[in-house]
Design a protein around this ligand. Sequence first.
Ligand code: SAM
Length: 472
Amino acid sequence: MYNVMSPKAEEFISHEEVLESLAYAEKNKNNRELIDGILTKARERKGLSHREAAVLLDCELEDKNQEIYALAEQIKKDFYGNRIVMFAPLYLSNYCVNGCEYCPYHVKNKHIARKKLTQEEIVKEVMALQDMGHKRLALEAGEDPVNNPIEYILECIKTIYGIKHKNGAIRRVNVNIAATTVENYRKLKDAGIGTYILFQETYHKESYEKLHPTGPKHDYAYHTEAMDRAMDGGIDDVGLGVLYGLNNYRYDFTGILMHAEHLEAYKGVGPHTISVPRLRRADDIDPDVFDNGISDEIFAKIVACIRIAVPYTGMIVSTRESQKCREKVLHLGISQISGASKTSVGGYAEPEPEEENSAQFDVSDNRTLDEVVRWLMEMDYVPSFCTACYREGRTGDRFMTLLKSGQIVNCCHPNALMTLKEYLEDYASEETRAIGDKLIEKEMDVITNPKVKEKVRDYLANIHNGERDFRF
Ligand code: SAM
């Protein structure tokens, strides 16, 4: 029903509309009355249009900016509570035929080590990830139809879901691979992927084409319309993102919200997540060459304004960001973070030898998963290893319905506590376990349904018996 006459990339990301929105935002950045009106609407927690959000992003009134941050924090609490979902990336292959100017995997880079994991290597990597406590992965790969065809990706997914090691299992495999066909998206769906993630990099067509001078990724329309094809192929959960630093952030902020509006209007459900990656130093890549780097302050404002504009969309920050920066944006709307990430092809089971550098970019947060989990709990967040929504079929609009019903406290919260307890029991250091046990006890009060509470208590008490699968 939703597919009829779906507009093309240059229509749903209309350059003129972005420019007009930016001019409107610039003109109104000190318009107190208008900003008050937008904030009143935002307090209804039904989101904002891209134009309204652009005004908030540009707002220069100090007191209103404080209101924006406070509202983002409140919406985050109301919708996501204090749960933070954990994941790790797994780089499968860095063979790539594209010419992306900002990525060290670009085809002309002859000194980076090219690698592709065999199925045996994947088993080792995944067991190492399971031994840290990870349950959710994001698969990453360059685009190379010969070295990394869809069949290779599908084989990797099958291998990963098949690994049962001690109490560990990867229960949700998200996939971040190049734009592809409806047919291939259907294959990914059939393989049981969670979210299909694809970063737009920039919505500005001219810059996009310059930044991707060669290879299939050069095609702006094909890339920008990928999420429509993914949804046509049956994938409910898609993850958007732009790479901040490549182009004017105001343009890309507006573009990503227009993209979300498009998916909601034509596919019936908006993006499941929005990622906020920032450009990093990498082999053969100097981020200073790009003129659009953004400060930590602007970065935080972007996160806050996305939180307000699309309250139902999860937000992801990776280890590209430092501990300090992650701490700041967690409060403002982030709901998922990676921990102990390696951006090299392999490297979890055994560290990559220095002379073999295959990494995509330098990470800023190098802590172990145990350290990240403890740090979150010390700030009163509940690290969650839950993947139940996806396994229970609560994806796409069904997940949104749950979110909108306010029953998250009797579903997501208990699941988060049970999976955290499993993590503490199976993988945590003693110090982390002690902090976690106290936190779980305190967090039981958040559950409002007495029957649910009783079931959770029962589960937690019997966790030594090895049960690891009960979820709401
Ligand atoms: N090949 C797929 C594609 O074209 O979308 C997967 C992409 S890659 C493994 C994941 C993401 O890393 C890219 O979409 C890009 O935004 C990001 N990335 C590339 N170079 C980067 C850099 N130097 N710093 C930070 N992020 C980078």
